[in-house]
Design a binder for this molecule. Structure first.
Ligand code: PLP
Length: 345
């Protein structure tokens, strides 16, 4: 069986982590200095490393703006929990198609999710008219995932400005899932939402999983970007309190973090982009020759959306059946888009 479905870059062993990362963890273990509990929000040196790593385009986080978490999923959970309240009937807006975990996390807490559409014909930009139509007085946050899983899209600055302007107009904070921050192909530079310079409070979620090729190491972070002081003090305090539920993230990874983030060689990043782009191109070139399939060339990440023109395949009712048959006949397993449309996980 050829599994091309998981968002786990380690599955085929062709993309090992950098030697700096591996050595940093070994050193941390051997030192025996990191076997105890650390502060729940993370050690000072690890928080400082993330703040330096995220400094760019006039955005300069302070170490105290960073909270370390057990993977980016846990960052997302804390952000949704701190901003929205299920008991008050609040809702959050999430992308469709999108990463299903937003819905899973929100629904566990009784928080309603409203799905805003992305537009395939416009490089998967957000349909802002649709997004605006979903906003009501109970909307507590907007989740924006850029670069996008599963669309492989990277928003340009103008689109980011438009999204930010809408959020500012309705005074709704944003949860920016930027886990693929620098996994972008040439010609599609990544801009963080925080770099737009708007008076908008943003909780940025990121982590080691994808760019450093170590999802199992479970290290993520939240950057509290708050140019207007809207998160002061309740949201900051809330995040600190929530971090006490898990007693913080893995201390070995925290000890290794400064080396991983700040000393990884450029060649490691370049190689990753090279491999991902080359594979995306091979897949794209071949799939587009198949009558009835319309692949969308990604601008970054490690995903590709493929449209199935069902009128060309009268034997299939929907994409799910297509995927099932591909598994039975060709032993190739990819994810049906339905997973990203309705939150079936
Ligand atoms: C993989 C992924 C995450 C979760 O990352 P972890 O650090 O492994 O928890 C979050 N958001 C998106 C869009 C992802 O693809």
């Amino acid at each position: 069986m050829l599994h091309i479905s998981p968002g786990d870059p380690t599955v085929y062993g062709n993309l090992p982590p950098s030697s700096q990362s591996v050595e940093a963890v070994i050193t941390a273990v051997k030192s025996s200095e990191h076997n105890g509990y650390a502060p729940c929000v993370g050690t000072n040196s690890a928080r400082r490393a993330v703040s330096i790593y995220l400094s760019r385009d006039d955005v300069e986080p302070r170490p105290e703006d960073i909270i370390l978490c057990s993977g980016c999923s846990s960052s997302l959970e804390m952000c949704i929990t701190v901003l929205a309240d299920g008991e008050k009937g609040q809702n959050i807006l999430v992308p469709r198609p999108g990463f299903p975990i937003y819905q899973t996390l929100a629904e566990c807490m009784g928080i309603e999710t409203k799905l805003y559409d992305l537009m395939p014909e416009r490089d998967w930009e957000i349909d802002l008219t649709h997004m605006e139509s979903l906003i009501d007085e109970k909307t507590a946050a907007i989740v924006v995932n850029n670069p996008s899983n599963p669309c492989g899209s990277v928003f340009n600055i103008q689109h980011l400005r438009d999204i930010v302007a809408l959020a500012v107009r309705y005074r709704i904070p944003v949860i920016a899932d930027e886990i693929y921050d620098s996994i972008v192909f040439p010609g599609h530079p990544f801009t963080s939402m925080t770099a737009i310079g708007a008076p908008l409070p943003i909780l940025v979620c990121g982590g080691l999983a994808k760019r450093f090729l170590v999802p199992g190491w479970r290290l993520g972070w939240i950057y509290v970007h708050d140019p207007v002081g809207a998160f002061d003090p309740e949201i900051r305090k809330g995040l600190q309190a929530l971090s006490q539920r898990t007693i913080g993230s893995n201390t070995l990874m925290q000890a290794a973090l400064p080396t991983i983030l700040l000393e990884t060689h450029h060649s490691f990043y370049d190689h990753l982009i090279d491999v991902l782009k080359r594979n995306a191109e091979i897949l794209f070139e071949n799939l587009k020759e198949v009558k009835g399939l319309k692949p969308f060339m990604p601008q970054g990440t490690m995903y590709m959306m493929v449209k199935i023109e069902l009128e060309e395949f009268p034997c299939f009712e929907n994409g799910l059946e297509f995927v099932k048959k591909m598994m039975e006949e060709e032993s190739v397993f990819c994810l049906p888009g339905e997973v990203n449309l309705k939150g079936i996980w």
